[in-house]
Design a protein around this ligand. Structure first.
Ligand code: ZN
Length: 434
């Protein structure tokens, strides 16, 4: 029986607490009091996050003939950001308090005085969201560079190099997974909005006349990724057709995929038709694409963008369940940090422990495996349920006689006897079989 998780803020607190308690996500630089909503992924969090990234790369790069990957530098020539429009337009309107110097988003504040200190507020002005630093030994204006505010521009800047080395023809895409940085005024909601974050992005190059058809293709691909791969519930995903007055400067059509997070319906992913805006801006002197029989032209672009940290958060929120006796993360087995856990029935029986170690070592050849010999079996089950481990294997005295172990399923809690010699294949079939 499910206990209703009725208080949604409470749910978020529980998820944050679970993340910390079990090593998914910690506050960054915690021993120094943290740092402005920065977060560190712990031993289990990094596994979950890597599983998401690897599945994405496999599905959208390795299994397709029409997408190739890159991994570009985080800091690019600042001219990239002039051409892309980020230096002139990537900004939020801000108001600074004259007294305490705190800044507020002008569109989120409708007061005459500072909400913090009641001091007088200054004029609203634009504040660029790019994170700035100096490259090299001299700190002057010629050495100013920016941490990239998005991964996308590298795919445009590298377009010709990729085209020439991969010999792709339209339509084709360039994919990248990597960090991006935005000097957000108000980060928040745990790992939802942070100044340092990770994206999985594809720039898919097309002929202009095909944009609607390709847009629909990627809309379906994104839906299928969220539901079939991440296991998010259909009813908790909403598509928002962004009104033209609110579109980014480069976009002719954008769909935001929103998810019902415990703190509200918020943007998870985006799909945008960027026209030929970017290639035109970066390749001013030379049209970058040629095909036999037609004049060189600028390909158009459809861009599916997936936030990695938001994926992790949505997956955690969707998987978290409280049942009578236990908290269980009902993660898709492919996403779970540990695929299987091995327990010797009793810690103080060396022959059981030795056999369990043998089973454990053998499983490790194929999976991430946990080993636990503390407390009673029931507690060990609950401990694995809480981190989403789909299968638990117990080695008992029967195992020593007949080489059979007990495999317990996380979701149904049903148990089954399986031959040790068949165990790896059994787990493999369960996790990757369908
Ligand atoms: Zn103030």
């Amino acid at each position: 029986m499910k206990k209703e998780v009725n208080n949604k803020n409470n749910l978020m607190d529980k998820i944050i607490s679970l993340c910390k308690r079990r090593g998914f996500v910690f506050a960054g630089s915690e021993i120094y009091g943290g740092l402005a909503n920065s977060w560190d992924y712990g031993p289990l969090g990094v596994e979950l996050k890597n599983n998401i990234k690897q599945l994405w790369w496999k599905q959208f790069v390795q299994m397709r003939d029409d997408v190739v990957g890159i991994d570009a530098a985080l800091i690019m020539n600042p001219k990239v950001w002039e051409s892309s429009g980020h230096i002139s337009t990537f900004s939020d309107p801000l108001i600074e308090c004259k007294k305490c110097k705190k800044r507020f988003r002008a569109d989120q504040i409708d007061l005459k005085n500072c909400p913090e200190c009641k001091g007088e507020l200054g004029e609203s002005r634009q504040f660029n969201l790019m994170l700035k630093t100096f490259l090299g030994p001299i700190e002057d204006k010629d050495s100013i560079v920016y941490f990239r505010p998005e991964t996308a521009q590298a795919m445009f800047v590298d377009f010709k190099n990729v085209l020439e080395t991969s010999r792709k023809k339209l339509p084709f895409g360039i994919a990248q997974i990597g960090k991006a940085f935005r000097n957000e005024i108000t980060p928040g909601n745990f790992i939802f909005r942070t100044r340092e974050f990770e994206q999985m992005e594809i720039e898919y190059f097309i002929k202009e006349e095909n944009w609607q058809e390709v847009f629909k293709h990627w809309q379906k691909e994104m839906q299928s990724w969220m539901i079939d791969v991440l296991g998010l519930k259909q009813g908790s995903i909403h598509e928002l057709d962004v009104p033209s007055s609110e579109l980014a400067h480069y976009s002719k059509k954008t769909i935001d995929f929103e998810y019902d997070f415990p703190f509200g319906k918020k943007e998870l992913y985006g799909l945008a038709y960027r026209t030929d805006f970017d290639l035109r801006n970066h390749f001013k002197d030379e049209v970058p694409y040629k095909e036999e029989g037609v004049e060189p032209f600028y390909p158009h672009v459809i861009e599916p963008t997936f936030g990695v940290d938001r994926s992790v958060l949505a997956v955690l929120c969707g998987a978290y369940q409280e049942e009578d006796e236990r908290i269980v993360l009902k993660l898709k087995p492919q996403l779970a940090p540990y695929k299987v856990a091995v327990f010797p029935l009793l810690k103080n029986k060396p022959e059981l422990v030795a056999k369990a170690k043998e089973v454990y070592d053998n499983l490790k050849k194929d999976f991430m495996v946990a080993f636990d010999d503390r407390g009673n079996i029931g507690k060990r089950y609950y401990s694995q349920d809480e981190i989403g481990t789909p299968y638990c294997v117990t080695v008992d005295f029967d195992t020593l006689e007949n080489n059979e172990v007990t495999v317990r399923d996380r979701d149904t809690t049903q148990q089954e006897k399986i031959k040790v010699s068949e165990l790896n294949n059994y787990i493999k079939e369960k996790i990757y079989g369908n």
